[in-house]
Design a protein around this ligand. Structure first.
Ligand code: PGA
Length: 252
């Protein structure tokens, strides 16, 4: 049975005090109203992880990072390794977010290396894929997503792949207020699951969690999550607002 997950991607928001306040308040609410077998992951700025992580004890609640380096350790000034992230108690790391791909030039090859490094260190990978608007308009969005997954994820043996969560995030929907329609999300998620099936077989495909991301908020979460192949969300802006985020968790 695949896991249902809501992950908050805080991006470069919240100083430490604000982050601690938000995370502890979410934790408190999830103790009162446990998310019932579902998982909630707070992907905070990396510098918050060692403080925020130990404060969380609600069932199913954990922390994650938003990026990691592709090297194990060494002279990479300013970088953060997967081992460091793991040592804070974090469960997961986002790899391949479109902002990393576009602002920092992260390509498929680098993302494959980061994914391998994260898995080596026992982290789960939340692997992001998704097309830009021009690609959808040219009707090549399926090809784009197939390439992104083939190059960085489908190179993994099955025992590693099953520790990955896929997040479909159409770039035109991220932070824009324009959400993919439930039908557009379902169509792509169904396609992604069929790619997983082709590569790893039926059981793995059925067990793979596929999240939707891109302007997902409390008001549209339920209709997105109602789709059979949408197993939760990767939430940016709305994860910074306690009530919004908790209502998205409830919608799941
Ligand atoms: P958004 O971001 O919810 O603010 O659109 C989602 C993401 O980038 O993960």
């Amino acid at each position: 049975m695949r896991k249902k997950i809501v992950a908050g991607n805080w991006k470069m928001n919240m100083d430490l005090g604000e982050g601690v306040a938000l995370a502890t308040s979410i934790n408190k609410q999830l103790i009162t109203e446990p998310p019932d077998g579902k998982e909630v992951i707070l992907c905070t700025p990396a510098i918050h992880l060692s403080i925020v992580g130990p404060l969380l004890n609600a069932p199913g609640l954990s922390t994650g990072a938003q990026n990691c380096n592709d090297h194990r350790s060494g002279a990479y000034t300013g970088e953060i390794s997967a081992a460091m992230i793991k040592s804070t108690g974090a469960s997961s790391v986002i790899i391949g977010h479109s902002e990393r791909r576009s602002y920092y030039g992260e390509d498929d090859e680098l993302l494959a290396a980061k994914t391998a490094e994260a898995l080596y260190n026992g982290l789960r990978v939340i692997f992001c894929c998704g097309e830009v608007l021009a690609e959808r308009e040219k009707n090549i969005h399926f090809d784009v997503v197939r390439r992104q997954l083939s190059k960085a994820l489908f190179v993994l043996p099955r025992e590693d792949f099953i520790r990955c969560i896929i997040a479909y995030e159409p770039v035109w929907a991220i932070g824009t207020g324009v959400t993919a329609s439930p039908a557009q999300a379902q169509e792509m998620h169904f396609f992604i699951r069929s790619l997983v099936r082709e590569k790893y077989g039926d059981e793995t495909a059925e067990d793979t969690t596929i999240l939707y991301g891109g302007s997902c908020k409390a008001s549209n979460a339920a209709e997105l999550f109602a789709n059979p192949d949408v197993d939760g969300g990767l939430i940016g802006g709305a994860s910074l607002v306690r009530e919004e985020f908790l209502n998205i968790v409830k919608a799941l």
